[in-house]
Design a protein around this ligand. Structure first.
Ligand SMILES: O=P(O)(O)OC[C@H]1O[C@](O)(CO)[C@@H](O)[C@@H]1O
Length: 398
């Protein structure tokens, strides 16, 4: 069991984000996105009546004004969730930390669908129909064919292209699309709001190669470029090994699990050209330990990384750099708070035990490390730059 950690509150002046303001971003996630997701999950798989009933109960509990009920004692991890839920259970979903509420929602969805209970529905990923449709899409065919251009690039071009492919892959987030609409993602804005790309490669190039931790986010179209980046780090000798941190169970719709990694490797090896070469190299790297697949329970915890347990802290401390993919990992890295967006990234990541890099498209209210000029320009644009998934950043703390 993960031990409860002391709750550091290094900056009481930055309030924790909650979803109690009608019309705010977190309010919309709790009151619009989650009910829509329950309905989509219900339609995607032919569940029996008792599971439909459990989904109805969850819909009622999480509806507007709904009060948080604890996880059933028979659920695995119930004792841990009781500790994590102290002070939250019994309150309205909208009144507790948004990070906690979202995470508990996904855990309760799995409980409703009997995911952990021995029986016919054990281990059935409710999001698999969406993930599979995405991974087998024509867009993924195109992305895999585009890899054939990599060998023609110069070494510097490869570094930037592969890092930015992993970065923009983060737009592929099925949970986000549920409210943005299938084609509702705005066009991406090419200039990054913070661009530490050079610093990233300098950090990787300094000293002897070490282990790189890559904390994955979404499966399919995001995980594929993440795997290509992992291969690039290993084959160019920048990383002696890559530890790929995955989710131990389905989470935030499309978050990557071991099953999703195996599906990506199968997709790559079955493709033609360079994609297949990379896929075969990665299979070998898993087999000989240069690509380690990890699924720490804290990866699905409703807490910021400042509160991570000692064993995970040690793993990150030993890494040459830890790469945090995506919006949720960013919120957990810097703290899910209303930081002034010019708060230095180094300050909010000072708790992290080693060098850390964030690759994230912006899909929630949190932002740090922006210059005053960039912030003024973004705010002046009138666009919902924090939450639309159109803007992205690469941030590094060496
Ligand atoms: O897949 P990502 O990039 O972590 O994005 C997930 C994000 O989706 C949301 O659930 C809603 O946008 C955010 O709360 C969360 O940070």
């Amino acid at each position: 069991m993960i031990q409860p950690a002391p709750v550091p509150d290094s900056s009481p002046e930055a309030p924790v984000i909650v979803g109690d303001v009608a019309g705010s971003f977190p309010w919309g996630v709790l009151h619009e996105r989650h009910p829509a997701l329950i309905e989509r999950v219900r339609r995607a798989t032919p569940y029996p009546p008792e599971l439909h009933k459990a989904l109805d109960d969850l819909l009622r509990e999480t509806g507007e004004g709904g009060v948080i009920k604890p996880l059933d004692d028979s659920e695995p991890g119930a004792a841990q969730w009781k500790l994590w839920g102290e002070g939250h259970v019994g309150r309205r979903w909208a009144d507790v930390p948004f990070l906690w509420a979202e995470s508990f929602f996904y855990r309760k969805l799995l409980a409703a669908l009997g995911y952990f209970v021995p029986g016919p529905w054990q281990g059935i990923d409710p999001f698999a129909p969406f993930k599979n449709a995405e991974l087998t899409s024509a867009e993924v065919d195109e992305e895999l064919s585009a890899l054939d251009r990599i060998p023609q690039l110069t070494a510097d071009e490869r570094d930037v292209t592969l890092l930015h492919a992993a970065l923009w892959g983060n737009r592929a987030d099925l949970g986000f699309r549920i409210s943005a609409g299938e084609s509702g993602l705005g066009d991406r804005v090419t200039g990054l709001v913070v661009d530490d790309t050079q610093a990233f490669w300098q950090l990787l190039g300094s000293g002897s190669p070490g282990r790189v931790c890559l904390v994955a986010d979404n499966a399919g179209p995001e995980l594929l470029p993440d795997l290509v980046l992992a291969d690039h780090l290993i084959t160019t000798g920048r990383a002696s090994s890559v530890a790929l941190h995955l989710k131990p169970y389905p989470y935030y719709v499309s978050d990557a699990t071991t099953t999703d990694v195996l599906a990506c490797l199968a997709r790559m090896t079955a493709a033609a050209g360079y994609a297949s070469e990379i896929g075969h190299r990665l299979r070998e790297a898993v087999t000989d330990g240069r690509l380690a697949l990890l699924a720490h329970p804290f990866s699905c915890a409703p807490l910021p990384y400042a509160e991570m347990p000692a064993d995970l802290r040690r793993d990150f401390a030993l890494a040459k750099v830890t790469v945090m993919k995506g919006d949720l990992n960013y919120r957990r890295l810097v703290g899910d708070r209303h930081w002034p967006a010019t708060t230095p990234f180094a300050d909010v990541t000072a708790h992290f035990p080693g060098p850390v890099a964030a690759l994230r498209t912006l899909k929630s209210d949190v932002a740090t490390g922006l210059t005053a000029a960039t912030l003024a320009q973004l705010d002046g644009s009138g666009a919902p730059w924090r939450t639309s998934g159109t803007h992205a950043l690469v941030q590094v703390r060496a």
